[in-house]
Design a protein around this ligand. Structure first.
Ligand code: SAM
Length: 328
């Protein structure tokens, strides 16, 4: 039987495995523990969290597959809007997770620039991308820059992936303003926690305030209908490599990365917002019907049922997933 073509996620996992081969496992495990502790304390970073080469390698080995998986889902969704960027800037891009995700979601990409304050992360990003399965990724630039002093230039797509939590509120606002000034489409992703969602909501407000078109996940531009303690978040499946499992002391061959996100386009870039409801939870497949929690184009959220009687729509509903769109 022919072997399946490796996906970008497979290629990234292999590149990461090569990068950590021969590195002292105990040192890597210690650095991983330090990062886990640091990310648990949701507080702006006074100094770079990726403080040493070991921290960078630990980040790449244990977090990058997960941030990549989240961004892969988000950008595939954004691509469904018909947007075809040729250039991307990844602000706070670290080892390049969002650049890998964008190169897969947008075959039209020609120029990718990853900007970050940590030189060692950029160096590893360059190494990982050297054998990547897309020319735009292999020729991507990885340059040192600090928020507030990003190099000038306009691009089609700006990604801000898992960065806001490291900044204080005014730095977050400035970064989003900066992103909107340099991109036609801006995509922001954060951990799928109540805090991450709160940061994403503030970004969504900035988009709405500027009259940008929301590309997702919201199918409307009204206020978010989810009331506390609920929060809008999704999950991406990550297949763990043997090294990844060892590093995390985990038995399962996969994990689910929870994320929150929002994406928007400046006026006239895409025709309009999607007109389908967004699935907010794992669908419940019952006998003869599928039950969904959704966010609707009219700005409301609630329960929808698709029964066997609806034929083709029911068959599509059986395959629908949390984070996707409700079959129409
Ligand atoms: C959690 S990592 C996310 C990396 C990558 N975007 C991803 O999704 O895997 C946060 C990144 O933001 C960068 N960062 C944080 N504050 C920054 C600042 N003030 N200027 C530039 N980069 C910054 C960090 O160096 C780090 O690489």
């Amino acid at each position: 039987m022919p072997r399946p073509t490796p996906t970008f996620a497979d290629e990234l996992r292999d590149a990461l495995t090569r990068a950590i081969r021969g590195v002292d496992e105990r040192q890597l495990a210690r650095a991983t523990e330090a990062l886990v502790e640091r990310y648990r304390a949701v507080a702006p970073a006074g100094a770079p969290i990726l403080a040493s080469p070991a921290h960078v390698l630990a980040y790449a080995a244990y977090r990058m597959p997960a941030t990549h998986a989240a961004l892969a889902r988000v950008l595939t969704d954004v691509a469904a809007s018909g947007f075809e960027p040729t250039s991307q800037v990844d602000l706070g891009g670290g080892t390049g997770a969002a650049a890998w995700a964008a190169a897969a979601a947008f075959p039209t990409l020609e120029r990718i620039s990853v900007l970050d304050q940590v030189e060692e992360a950029l160096r590893l990003g360059r190494t990982l991308a050297a054998d990547a399965p897309a020319a735009a990724l292999r020729s991507a630039r990885f340059d040192r820059a600090v928020a507030g002093r990003w190099p000038e230039g306009r691009v089609d797509l700006v990604t801000v992936s898992y960065v806001l939590s490291e900044l204080d509120a005014s730095e977050q606002e400035a970064l989003v303003t900066d992103a909107m000034a340099r991109g036609r489409v801006v995509v922001v992703a954060e951990p799928g926690t109540p805090d991450g969602y709160a940061r994403v909501l503030r970004v969504r407000d900035a988009f709405r305030g500027a009259g940008w078109t929301l590309l997702g996940p919201c199918p409307h531009a009204a206020d978010c209908p989810l009331a506390q303690p609920d929060w809008c978040h999704f999950a991406a499946r990550v297949n763990r490599s043997a090294e990844h499992r060892r590093l995390k002391g985990a038995d399962l061959s996969y994990e689910d990365e929870k994320y929150s996100w929002v994406a928007a386009a400046e006026p006239d870039v895409v025709a309009s917002q999607t007109n389908s409801a967004r699935i907010l939870r794992h669908p419940l497949k019952r006998k003869g019907f599928v039950e969904f929690q959704v966010c609707r184009p009219d700005g409301s959220a609630g329960r929808e049922v698709v029964s066997k009687k609806s034929g083709e729509r029911y068959r599509a509903a059986r395959d629908a997933e949390w984070g996707g769109l409700l079959p129409g």
